[in-house]
Design a binder for this molecule. Structure first.
Ligand code: FAD
Ligand code: NAD
Length: 476
């Protein structure tokens, strides 16, 4: 094997976990390669993984465009602005998103160049002894090796056996980011993050959106009070969310999908023009591991790692959606940084207890830490502080005075245990609470900090004051 094909670190997967790991490793002076198999809708290889190509970035681009369109009819009139007969050019709407995706995936290529990371395009397979066999898109094979290999192969959508993706009528996230015309009726299976975000996109452009959720409770991963407020707002927007609804049949008939689902009242039929199936994602490890590597998978197909993301096989690490923990880009990126630092003999750090969650709907939803139910179940004594955006001047001025901030603190120590929000700009407001929790802060700490007026962040300040029943702008 030539010198060129030996590396300090090989990363398999160039999503937000893998490409960040590669950049950090290179920054630390390690000779780094990154292998990625992603091919975009134009047939070209592209770095950035799910997040940049068919996840976080394109979904936020479409959410922002559709929000502007929705506001013309639903927000502008309150401000005294009228626009007659607004139209959406779906081709331009999709093209703007594609341009943003290209800008960011191309940007990763530039960062690789700047950091002298060698990219390999094709499918990587870990062999025993930390070699990686790469099968190029043309079928050609080559083998490279390294002292350390970081597995960052990500995740793929879960397919329902009775509603298989056909890429045209029954679609996954990639399909829902690329619909050519506003469907009259969009069915969504799963009222999770993707269902709510992409369901919102097409609802705002005029689709009749019906979301079928198997679980009896709406958004049971979030705090129940927050989920309740969000459900009310989504219903006002015309998102028809049916909980406790189990899909039993999906049949494509011409241009339509005929669905049968069951709920507590029995079986129902529903006909839609497109069906988005968003029932979760699974770790993707197909073809990633030769049989004798010793890397183990758990019962859900995730790569088994310890608290340092080490697989237990000498020099083999795994990060991102392919391992335990939330399937979030920022969680994978932080693991990537930490692993590169551990490899370089430094002190890496990832705290899975303070990973923020954000759902980019309207209103936005965000949280960090434990829900009230989790604290109850764990028998932890707690105090609650809440504050509504209806009493926040900035939110009222924006005509977006919906939702609240809810803070949970330990009843004895006052340490913040969780913060839950639904309302305007809460994707940004959560950062302050993450910092407070990471520094083991108390509600008193946040209550004593000066917050600018008038800003949305005053809702966090007032919620912190409300933990101690001393919020200023509401009754306690
Ligand atoms: P991925 O991004 O999935 O990247 C893995 C890469 O590895 C891919 O390019 C894949 O082709 C490649 N690969 C796999 N196997 C091999 C192999 N054997 N050889 C070579 N290459 C291989 N998260 C957020 O935090 N915020 C959001 O707003 C957000 N929005 C989302 C919206 C949608 C529609 C979706 C689907 C997801 C969203 N996510 C969001 C989740 C986020 O995309 C994932 O958590 C993140 O992409 C995981 O990063 P990763 O690097 O682990 O894997
Ligand atoms: P999810 O886990 O968020 O939601 C899936 C939903 O489908 C759940 O509510 C589940 O109860 C329901 N479900 C499962 N099987 C069902 C069935 N047979 N019929 C009806 N409902 C069913 O998964 P997702 O929305 O597919 O998203 C996948 C991952 O991507 C998530 O883990 C999320 O973290 C990540 N993501 C994050 C963001 C963000 O951070 N804003 C955005 C999109 C996706």
């Amino acid at each position: 094997m030539s010198e060129q094909q030996k590396f300090d670190v090989i990363v398999i997967g160039a999503g937000p976990a893998g490409y960040v790991a590669a950049i950090r490793a290179a920054q630390l002076g390690l000779k780094t390669a990154c292998v990625d198999a992603f091919v975009g809708k134009d047939g070209k290889q592209a770095l950035g993984g799910t997040c940049l190509n068919v996840g976080c970035i394109p979904s936020k681009a479409l959410l922002d465009s559709s929000r502007q369109f929705w506001n013309i009819a639903h927000n502008f009139p309150v401000h005294g602005i009228s626009v007659e007969n607004p139209k959406i050019d779906v081709a331009a709407f999709i093209a703007r998103k594609d341009k943003i995706v290209k800008q960011f995936t191309g940007g990763i290529g530039q960062l690789f160049k700047a950091n002298k990371i060698m990219p390999f395009f094709g499918k990587g397979k870990l062999l025993k002894g930390n070699s990686v066999e790469i099968t190029g898109h043309d079928g050609d094979k080559q083998t490279i090796s390294a002292t350390n290999v970081i597995l960052a192969s990500g995740s793929v959508p879960i397919e329902l056996p009775f509603a298989k993706f056909d890429g045209k009528t029954i679609i996954d996230n990639a399909g829902a980011l690329d619909i050519g015309a506003v469907p009259k009726r969009l069915g969504v299976i799963g009222a999770g993050v993707i269902g709510l975000e992409l369901g919102s996109v097409w609802r705002r452009l005029g689709s009749e959106v019906t979301i079928l959720e198997a679980l009896p409770d709406f958004l049971s991963v979030a705090d129940a009070d927050i989920a309740k407020i969000a459900a009310k707002e989504f219903a006002k927007q015309g998102l028809d969310i049916k909980t406790g609804a189990k899909l039993t049949k999906a049949e494509v008939k011409g241009e339509e999908v005929h669905l049968t689902y069951e709920d507590k009242d029995g079986a129902h039929d529903l006909v839609v023009d497109k069906l988005l199936v968003a029932v979760g994602r699974r770790a993707y490890t197909d073809g990633l591991l030769a049989e004798d590597t010793g890397v183990k998978l758990d019962e859900r197909g995730r790569i088994v790692v310890d608290e340092h993301n080490h697989t237990g096989v000498d020099g083999v690490w795994a990060i991102g959606d392919a391992v335990r923990g939330p399937m979030l880009a920022h969680k994978g990126s932080e693991e990537g940084v930490a692993v590169a630092e551990w490899i370089a003999g430094k002190a890496g750090h990832v705290n899975l207890d303070t990973v923020p969650y954000v759902i980019y709907t309207e209103p936005e939803i965000s949280w960090v830490g434990k829900t009230e139910k989790q604290l109850k179940d764990e028998g932890v004594p707690y105090k609650v502080g809440t504050f509504p955006f209806a009493a926040i001047g900035r939110a009222v001025a924006m005509n977006e005075a919906v939702g609240q901030v809810k803070m949970l603190a330990h009843a004895e120590t006052d340490r913040i245990l969780g913060v839950h929000m639904v309302g305007p700009g809460v994707s940004e407001l959560i950062a302050e609470c993450v910092v407070a929790m990471e520094f083991k802060g108390s509600s008193e700490d946040l209550a004593r900090i000066v917050h600018a007026h008038p800003t949305l962040s005053e809702a966090v300040h007032e919620a912190a004051l409300s933990v101690d029943k001393r919020a200023i702008h509401k009754g306690n």
